[in-house]
Design a binder for this molecule. Structure first.
Ligand code: TMP
Length: 234
C-alpha cells in the first residue's frame, strides 16, 4: 500500500490517502490538546503509545465481533484503516463520575453511577462539541434511526468488553469516547481507542493513567501511557 497525500489533519492525528481509494493511513502525532483546544502541548512518543494501544484494542474488539475500521499496523505511528465517512458524533460511556459529567452535574469524581451513562456530543469544534440527544441527532440529520440503534448496541457491547479487558490489566475503565464511520452501508468503529480517549484508573489506588495527567498537569504523562502499553501488550 502506497502512502499518498495528506487529506485531513486533526488535533492528534493525520490521515493520508493511499493508492487504494478504500483505505487510508492514520498517523498518530504527539500533539495533545484539552478543553476543546484551549490547552495545547505535546507528549513525547504519545503517538507511538496510542497507535500501539489502539492496534491492540481494535484487534481485541474485532475478535469479539465488533466491526472496526482497523486493517493492520504499518509502523510505530501508522495504521492502515478503511476509509470511512465519519459520523459527526462523539459517543461517550460513563461507568463512574469524572470529567465534564462531574463538572456539569455537580457529582463528585469517582462516584459510582447507578446506571451506565451513554452521552452523545455533536462533533463540531466551532460549537464546542455540544451534548445532544436522540432527537437532536434526528433533526440535525447526523445518523439514521437504524444507524443510531447500531451505534448504541455496539457501544454497550464495547463497554462490557473493554471493562473486562482493562480489569484483567488491573485498570478501571471509568469512561471513554468512541467514534463511528460509514463504510459500504455498514457502521464501523473508527478513530482511536487509547489513554487519550479513555479514563483509566489503577484498581485499588485510583491513580490516573490517562490524558487527565495532561489535562490537569499531574506530571509523568509519558510513564502513564507507557505503563498502559506495557499492560496491553502483556
Ligand atoms: P469528558 O468527561 O471530558 O466529557 O470526557 C469523557 C471521555 O471522553 C473521557 O474518557 C475522555 C474522552 N474524550 C475524548 O476522547 N475526546 C474529547 O474531545 C473529549 C471532550 C473527551
Amino acid at each position: 500500500m502506497e502512502k499518498r497525500n495528506k487529506i485531513y489533519e486533526g488535533k492528534a492525528k493525520i490521515i493520508y490517502s493511499t493508492d487504494d481509494p478504500e483505505y487510508v493511513i492514520q498517523y498518530f502525532k504527539d500533539d495533545a490538546t484539552a478543553f476543546n483546544g484551549a490547552k495545547k502541548g505535546s507528549v513525547t512518543d504519545k503517538g507511538i503509545f496510542n497507535n500501539k494501544i489502539s492496534t491492540k484494542i481494535f484487534e481485541f474488539l474485532a475478535g469479539e465481533g465488533i466491526p472496526t475500521h482497523f486493517v493492520k499496523n504499518l509502523s510505530d505511528r501508522e495504521m492502515l484503516v478503511k476509509k470511512v465517512e465519519i459520523i459527526q458524533l462523539e459517543t461517550v460511556v460513563r461507568n463512574k463520575a469524572a470529567g465534564s459529567f462531574s463538572r456539569n452535574y455537580g457529582v463528585k469524581e469517582g462516584e459510582l453511577l447507578n446506571a451506565t451513562i451513554l452521552e452523545f456530543c455533536y462533533k463540531r469544534d466551532d460549537l464546542n462539541d455540544p451534548l445532544i440527544n436522540d432527537t437532536h441527532i434526528k433533526v440535525l440529520n447526523l445518523a439514521s434511526v437504524d444507524e443510531l440503534q447500531k451505534i448504541k448496541e455496539y457501544t454497550y457491547k464495547v463497554n462490557e468488553l473493554m471493562s473486562k479487558f482493562f480489569k484483567n490489566l488491573n485498570l478501571e475503565l471509568v469512561d471513554f469516547k468512541l467514534e463511528y464511520g460509514r463504510f459500504h452501508g455498514d457502521i464501523l468503529l473508527a478513530d482511536e481507542i487509547s489513554p487519550d480517549t479513555c479514563r483509566l484508573w489503577e484498581l485499588g489506588t485510583g491513580e490516573k493513567l490517562d490524558k487527565d495527567r495532561f489535562r490537569h498537569d499531574l506530571g509523568n504523562i509519558e510513564d502513564a501511557y507507557q505503563e498502559v502499553l506495557n499492560r496491553v501488550l502483556s
